[in-house]
Design a protein around this ligand. Sequence first.
Ligand SMILES: [Fe+2]
Length: 339
Amino acid sequence: MSGCKFLFMADHHVVDVSDAADAAAYPMWRPGDHAALSRTYEFIGEDPRCRDIDFALFGGDQINCGYMDRPATREAELATYRRTLLSLDLHRRTLGADVVRELDFRAPDSFFCEDNLPGGYVRRPIPFRPPESRVIAIQGNHDTAVADFLRECSFRCGDTRVITFFAEYIALPAPPGRFRSTARISDEAVGFIEREMAAAAADRTIRHIVLASHWTPVLSDPRFIWPILDACPENGWSGNRRRLLDIAARFGCDLYLNGHEHSPDWPVGRAGTMRVVNCGSATAQKGESSFAIVEIRDDRAVLDIYSRATAEKAPFGGVDYPSLPRLLFRREIPLHPLR
Ligand SMILES: [Fe+2]
């Protein structure tokens, strides 16, 4: 099998609809958004150009309060996330599949969480849980330490190997009146990426390596706002962003997808030898765009960017959908196959 086709969606920020504080703090969620997301998933399962996807990659921040010490809110958000996901045909038809075998799926046995949880940094092991369907969801800063979502993982589809990683969230001194934040990559994450890329490059049946994370590696580009940084005191002068770029160049990884920035135009930037797509948000917070259907072809990646459905309350407890998803624009990115 050559090539592959998948759904990329990030930054759902599913909130607990009963939590008023959530609703006030995160205005990207408007009345009807849960219904809108369900209808968007239904559309993906019905539309002839979307429905034949091989897997879905969710690029982080699936829920909203995973990083807060509010277990009841986190569980309520997770319950809503899982219930909404049942509207996605791909999820329903692959639920219970042996994804580890089917996708030659690999991940570390556990990860240590030492992120920005209340009460200071904690360090506790979170065991690996295999995905329950062909929906591969990775952590962002709002999913920190939520075991339902993955950090480092690696899987194949056709002649493409996809590798993901987590970057720890850190805060930088902010200019007055502005919040600044960024991310850093751990030595363990870089080690995993290097081993997986080396194995992919040595595998004669792999022609493309795609990297994905919640955070972007693109620096000094105004269209990419919160990049992974290396040499700064807040991350201990780590050189791991540079190591990541060197590894990608060495093993021929030339495509990278990031979430986090809710970027409605899905701009394409560069980091070393990689072309980097700065993706929009599932909730279409800053513009119309919501998700992409990505095709990895021999010499290029084709991303068709769609809007989402919208929903509003109808009389007698019903829901109206004033608009369904539609194709907004396309990004074509040249790829250089490994062989
Ligand atoms: Fe984020």
